[in-house]
Design a protein around this ligand. Structure first.
Ligand code: NI
Length: 156
């Protein structure tokens, strides 16, 4: 089932997202399927539960035809090295902004079966992970734009 994607400034995007206690609960499993369907249809790389109206620590990502379901994800390590690239968000249709992100991250999470997983990612996957996990903390990419800009101007 396709879900409605909430666009900025929908309050749900800024609200607290709670941990999922039972990843195998039927309503969570159904939400995951619906989020993948909604993300595909919108041709997105990632989608967080808050973007479809659920304040849960859950996001889905598709990079290079690989699907990731991340339940209660946490970034455990991040490279110091950052890269500035144009980034978009399904809650900001048609807007692409240069955002600085760590080139590499390590993330711990529960997969769709509720199994603990650990990944080390770079490239687009590293960027998508940082973007989506930000959503779970109510942080939107426009917030990072300000920070990137401030940093750049300080360096100059
Ligand atoms: Ni987004």
């Amino acid at each position: 089932m396709l879900l409605e994607i909430k666009e900025n400034p929908a309050p749900v995007l800024r609200q607290k997202n709670v941990k999922i206690k039972d990843p195998l609960a039927p309503e969570i499993q159904e939400l995951i399927l619906n989020m993948f369907e909604t993300m595909h249809q919108a041709q997105g790389v990632g989608l967080a539960a808050s973007q479809v109206g659920f304040n849960l620590r859950l996001c889905v990502i598709e990079v290079e035809e690989e699907l990731y379901t991340l339940i209660n994800p946490k970034i455990t390590a991040k490279s110091r090295k950052k890269i500035l690239l144009d980034e978009g968000c399904l809650s900001f249709p048609g807007i692409f902004l240069p955002i600085a992100r760590a080139t590499q991250v390590q993330v711990r999470y529960l997969d769709q079966a509720g199994k603990p997983q650990k990944i080390k990612a770079d490239g687009l996957l590293a960027r998508a992970l940082q973007h989506e996990i930000d959503h779970l903390d109510g942080v939107l990419f426009i917030d990072r734009l300000k920070k990137s800009k401030t940093k750049d101007s300080k360096q100059k």
